[in-house]
Write a protein that binds this ligand. Sequence first.
Ligand code: FBP
Length: 257
Amino acid sequence: MSPFLRDGRSVLLAYDQGLEHGPSTDFNDTNIDPSFVMDLAEKGGFNGVIFQKGVAERFYNGRVPLIVKVNGKSALVKGDPVSRQVCSVEYAVSLGAKGIGYTIYLGSEHESEMFTEFGRIQEEAHERGLPAIAWVYPRGAAVANDTAKEIVAYAARAALELGADAAKIKYTGDPQSFSWAVKAGAGMKVFMSGGPKAPTDEAFLRQVQGAIDAGATGLAVGRNAWQNAEPLKMAQSLRRVIFEGVRVDKLASPVQA
Ligand code: FBP
């Protein structure tokens, strides 16, 4: 994970929602343009940027370490989710990837397909010296509450057992319960997943602080960064909380949404 770490911590900028959610309410006239997000990744001091291959082909500028998400699905298909490979590890490397991202829907009736595919992709990534980062999102009819302590810890543990170098998991809501997920990862890097835009910047920054307090490596954030009216200010607040250990209470003036 070293290309994506600074002093053992990290803040990554995720921008694959165009495929995962569609160009709907997530986007506005500004952030629909991938150049805007590429620029934000650079100017905001993010430690990595996450694109699908099509956006990477056209918009990646080579100045921030790249993670290519090599599987994906749309929001249009219903039922238990499955996300299959859409980009080879070799092709991701040719685009400049320094890390490989893959989503596993733990608990879906299709989880075994994603386990198998991730297993192969992890080996291909490691053969090339790249980390394999698993987005592990418990989802499907069998999953009642995808942010419950035990289920988020299961996500972290599944990532560890499947050989991920890092897991991107949802926040449980408080540092105590999230620390169980970090423990379940047994030393594997754990990233909190940003989630939908929080009601205020302060509320979001408190979640990030809670994840860091719980032992997370950092954050992989999308909407709470590039939907913000002042994304560079949000990026700065994130850096202060994650790298400098500044408490949210002490941030000069947390920007309100
Ligand atoms: P956000 O910070 O915007 O939530 O992005 C993180 C992410 O994992 C993206 O990489 C992905 O597109 C999205 O969340 C998936 O969201 P969902 O939970 O709706 O599947």
